[in-house]
Design a protein around this ligand. Structure first.
Ligand SMILES: [Zn+2]
Length: 210
């Protein structure tokens, strides 16, 4: 089978990307009139989804994101990620239990809601059961703005207290990051942009630039 050529980034959605999205959406009829599928934004209002569709099709989403977040963070090692998340925990959730591990994880395939992962394992400790908390962040966020990393870490940290994505959970997220909802939208916009053939905006190529 011939490998699918990587479309050169032109700012607009590539035709293969559009076709792929259409295929996903209408169950396999190429050339159907189905709107561009936006799996990462399916929870948002239809009007907002339509606006995003227009931005993506007009090639505006990447520039908009870069204008908002020109810089990438530099926390690229697991150690620096641990320190970052642990400082957040200390600031906001001091009594929530220790973090045993924080790491970038290339095995997290970023689909739908899984941007990071929080695991809680019960371990026997001196006759009591203690939770062992681990936070894994999808490694694509190694090359991302600090605001995106912050949003994901806040989300995973909030799971130390609240397991479900309910009202209490999102209140905790917005307590730690007042812009939480806006940032989650922007992260999902970025994922949609990549999903429709856009080139990474804060890739390794941007490293070393002052
Ligand atoms: Zn979650």
């Amino acid at each position: 089978m011939k490998p699918i050529a990587t479309p050169k980034y032109s700012g607009a959605i590539s035709q293969p990307g559009r076709r792929k999205a259409a295929l996903r959406d209408d169950g396999g009829t190429p050339g159907g009139n189905a709107p561009l599928a936006l799996p990462y934004l399916s929870g948002y209002a239809p009007a907002l989804q339509q606006q995003v569709r227009d931005w993506l099709e007009a090639g505006k989403a990447g520039k908009w994101l870069l204008d908002r977040h020109p810089e990438a963070h530099n926390r690229r090692t697991d150690k620096s990620l641990y320190d970052y998340v642990d400082a957040l925990r200390n600031e906001h959730l001091r009594n929530a239990g220790l973090l045993h591990k924080v790491a970038y994880d290339s095995k997290i395939h970023v689909v739908r809601n899984a941007l990071g992962l929080h695991t809680r394992r019960a371990i026997a400790h001196g006759g009591r059961l203690n939770a062992r908390h681990e936070i894994h962040v999808a490694s694509m966020f190694k090359h991302a703005p600090e605001a995106f990393l912050h949003m994901i870490c806040v989300h995973e940290l909030a799971h130390l207290r609240e397991l479900d994505h309910d009202k209490a959970f999102y209140q905790l997220c917005t307590y730690m990051e007042p812009q939480y909802h806006q940032l989650e939208f922007e992260v999902r916009l970025y994922l949609s942009y990549l999903d429709t053939g856009g080139a990474p905006l804060w890739g390794a190529g941007a490293e070393g630039r002052a």
